[in-house]
Design a protein around this ligand. Structure first.
Ligand code: IMP
Length: 427
């Protein structure tokens, strides 16, 4: 019981969706704490596939209350499409709650995202073009629009009258793009407000009530630690705080209320977008892992970059998030390899580094130090208990856990819910 924070330990896409889905089986509440529809994941259950961008995947458990927390930036148009898709796939959305404090992605945010990326030229970040960065920038500038504003139309109109000229100035004068009108946005967002009304409220009493009653609450993180605005590979990061500190602020929960922090890691590493990736692979092996692991973005369809498991990243993530349990996903993708490698450190500027350095150029130009382990060359898909995993796979996992500094709680060996090995703290 208590609050479990679930964070990504790498560059996102670690398989948090499946882990949260498993953890939320026994949870009374799941809270999505940050990010926007730049995130996406798929949950496969009973042969049915559900795609999520904003709604916590706990919604598939009918009695679980699912909250879109104050730290999220929400595109109402995308959320409504997701709500409709989930409803037509048979999901019950009566337990969905949207925090009135969550910020909204406005129509000019995705436009600015694209224009800013183009203006960066060779230094572009590879954003998802969903408007996430511009929306968080406006939140920080205190010119953002919150979900609660949909219920205060006069206020919304007045504020648009002040904010929109600022946006149009940049759109028209800097980029030569067409302007937006107050009337157009007001009409569009009034309609969104009407359709979302039943979900919007202040979740503070609900969340704190659940914690006070000792219920099981899961915080669902999006993206991963290395994409954290402060702790990641800046500027090649997202604009929110995917680490556990961000998750707490984004849900309105204090650190002493947390019982456990689960860090989700792939058995190897991937990243989308640009920026340093110390263990990145190229060539045939990269192609093999990408195909075998279906490493294409759920949100944008982009091919993901792939590499070996990176212990400096994992150890860093364990420390900065306070991770006490590891969930290792996609072990089965490595099943047929003759050997597997673990990066244990970086050689950079004549020094051996054991954690990701802040200096991007040092991170880009380092030499990873590898340990090589024998592969297991057999399928792990049928394993359900730790002892059922091949011995070589167990030693690989034990080594990951030992070097990363946390115990393994579960290992995922396939996309289905039941393709999971519960380890009870191996390593
Ligand atoms: P943005 O979040 O769209 O601004 O993109 C900034 C960086 O974060 C880019 O490298 C994206 O590819 C990456 N990113 C954003 N969301 C995700 C995600 O859910 N998974 C993996 N990478 C992401």
């Amino acid at each position: 019981m208590g609050v479990t924070v679930c964070v990504g330990g790498q560059w996102g896409d670690e398989g948090k969706g499946k882990v949260v889905d498993l953890l939320s089986e026994s949870a009374q509440m799941v809270i999505r704490s940050q990010g926007g529809n730049n995130a996406g994941h798929t949950v496969v259950t009973g042969g049915r596939t559900f795609k999520f961008n904003l709604v916590p995947s706990g919604i598939l458990h009918p009695s679980t209350v699912c909250v879109i927390g104050n730290g999220v930036v929400l595109d109402p148009k995308v959320l409504l499409a997701e709500v409709e898709q989930l409803q037509s796939a048979g999901a019950d959305l009566s337990n969905l709650v949207i925090s009135e404090r969550a910020h909204m992605i406005m129509p000019y945010h995705p436009v600015l995202d694209r224009l800013e990326e183009a203006a960066r030229g060779d230094d572009r970040l590879g954003t998802t073009f969903r408007g996430v960065g511009p929306a968080y920038s406006d939140k920080v500038r205190r010119i953002g629009f919150r979900v609660g504003d949909l219920q205060k139309l006069r206020f919304l109109e007045k504020k648009l009258g002040f904010v929109l000229p600022l946006k149009n100035d940049v759109l028209v004068k800097l980029y030569g793009a067409p302007p937006f009108t107050v009337e157009g946005i007001l009409a569009e967002y009034t309609e969104y407000g009407r359709r979302l009304e039943r979900f919007i409220r202040d979740p503070f009493p609900l969340i704190q009530g659940a914690i006070a009653r000792g219920e099981r609450v899961i915080l669902e993180g999006a993206q991963g630690t290395m994409l954290d605005l402060d702790l990641g590979t800046y500027p090649y990061v997202t604009s929110s705080y995917p680490s556990s500190g961000g998750a707490l602020a984004g849900a309105g929960i204090g650190p002493s209320q947390v019982t456990s922090t689960v860090g989700v890691f792939k058995a190897y590493t991937t990243r989308v977008g640009y920026g340093p990736f110390p263990t990145e692979l190229e060539g045939e092996l990269a192609e093999y892992l990408r195909e075998r692991g279906a490493e294409y973005g759920t949100t944008t369809g982009r091919a993901r970059r792939v590499g070996w498991f990176d212990v400096p990243v994992a150890r860093y993530a364990v420390a900065v998030n306070g991770i006490d349990a590891l969930a290792i996903t996609k072990l089965d993708v490595l099943d047929d390899l003759e050997t597997v490698r673990i990066c244990t450190g970086y050689r950079s500027k004549g020094r051996l580094e054991d954690h990701p350095m802040a200096n991007i150029s040092h991170l880009k130009h380092l030499e990873p130090v590898y340990e090589e382990h024998p592969g297991w060359r057999s399928s792990t898909r049928q394993a359900r208990r730790w002892e059922e995993l091949p011995a070589a796979a167990r030693s690989y996992l034990e080594r990951l856990a030992e070097l990363s500094g946390a115990r393994i709680e579960l290992v995922s060996v396939g996309p289905e819910r039941d393709e999971t090995v519960w380890c009870g703290g191996a390593g």
